[in-house]
Design a protein around this ligand. Structure first.
Ligand code: UDP
Ligand code: MG
Length: 343
């Protein structure tokens, strides 16, 4: 029987400080897999401005199991991962962050769980070291909210460190959406799921590439792509705002008809009502806008990422979307690249 292939996908954005250690530890994992599996590493350079791409091409020259895909600019973590799922071959694909917060050695546990028959294996953080209390608190609140309102089940503490069987990858490749929260989509897929617990370590070097605004954008993508609940908030707010004012109106009518008090009182509450209803309206406009904006993005149907060049000589990549193939320029080391052949 042919040997199975395990490919590791690593999104990289300005990670020159961690790459040498990452390569050393991943190579060790590939060596440990080697008796049973062919292992490859695909580094997706998501618009790095430091020496990351230089280091990736050097590594690909040095070890044929490494290959680089350079995107034409920074498309974002989720797009970089999606690029990996779209192009990388293999019977099982592992996604892992570059910064060694996810220890590469855990890949061996993911593979064991896959061998036991799980087509989706999620790595769940037992504890998270080196994260600020703010990040831990907001992450916790976010997962609880998502758990309550989302149509997909993404367990708490599960990030983008996971293994997917080829069948699950091909299922995921059918999702056409532009704004994506990959771990939510993976939850939506179903399949027999394994969970491997691990301790998340502090970042090995460098700074987080997820500033607050990127986190908020990801959170908005997650909630909006997986739930209609924010739209329904309008009903709740409408009821909450209307009931007290209806009550107050009734109170005034009673005063007028039974106690013959004039109704001129109550201007402040009228103004209050205007302000509250005004802001509720604006809030709902904002929420509607988030959905409408995403519909607009989907209708435009732009490619999720554009490839600039590739490096290394690992096995041929799976054929890309035609639109993305247009952006491909093969690196000199990979003249036989299948990216440029029609799908
Ligand atoms: N990353 C990326 N594109 C981006 C931001 C991040 O490819 O626009 C990569 C980054 O290099 C890392 C992973 O995504 O491999 C997770 O980023 P980071 O560790 O900075 O996020 P955090 O762990 O702080 O949430
Ligand atoms: Mg990190």
């Amino acid at each position: 029987m042919a040997r199975k292939t395990i490919s590791v996908i690593v999104p990289v954005h300005n990670e020159e400080a961690v790459l040498p250690t990452l390569f050393r530890r991943l190579t060790d994992v590939l060596d440990r897999l080697a008796p049973t599996y062919d292992g490859n590493v695909f580094l997706i350079d998501d618009g790095s401005r430091d020496r990351s791409w230089e280091l990736i091409t050097a590594q690909a020259r040095h070890d044929p199991r490494y290959r680089g895909i350079r995107l034409s600019r920074n498309f974002g973590h989720q797009a970089a991962i999606s690029c990996g799922y779209e192009l990388v071959p293999g019977d099982a694909l592992v996604t892992i962050d570059a910064d060694l917060q996810d220890p590469p050695e855990v890949i061996l546990d993911l593979v064991r769980s896959w061998e036991a028959g799980h087509k989706v294996v999620l790595a769940a953080r037992r504890k998270r070291e080196g994260e600020t209390w703010f990040k831990l608190l907001t992450a916790r609140l976010f997962y609880q909210l998502l758990h309550r309102i989302a149509e997909s089940d993404a367990p708490e503490g599960v990030g983008d460190f996971r293994l997917l069987d080829r069948q699950a990858v091909d299922a995921l490749r059918q999702f056409p959406e532009t704004h994506r929260y990959v771990r939510g989509l993976v939850g939506w897929l179903g399949f027999h799921r394994g969970i491997v617990e691990y301790d998340r370590e502090p970042r090995a070097a460098g700074e987080t590439k997820y500033p607050l605004w990127k986190m908020l954008r990801l959170a908005a993508d997650a909630i909006i792509s997986l739930s209609f609940v924010p739209l329904r908030v309008a009903y709740v707010l409408a009821i909450l705002c209307t009931i007290p004012f209806l009550g107050y109106l009734a109170y005034n009518l009673i005063l007028q008809f039974y106690f013959h008090e004039p109704m001129v009182r109550g201007w402040p509450s009228l103004i209050l009502a205007t302000i509250i209803f005004g802001s509720v309206n604006l809030l709902m406009f904002g929420i509607l806008g988030e959905y409408v904006g995403r519909i607009y993005a989907e209708v435009k149907h732009r490619p999720l990422f554009i490839i600039d060049e590739v490096a290394g000589q690992a096995p041929p990549l799976s054929p890309p979307f035609p639109a993305q193939a247009a952006g491909v320029r093969s690196h000199s080391e990979a003249p036989q690249n299948h990216l440029s052949s029609p799908p």
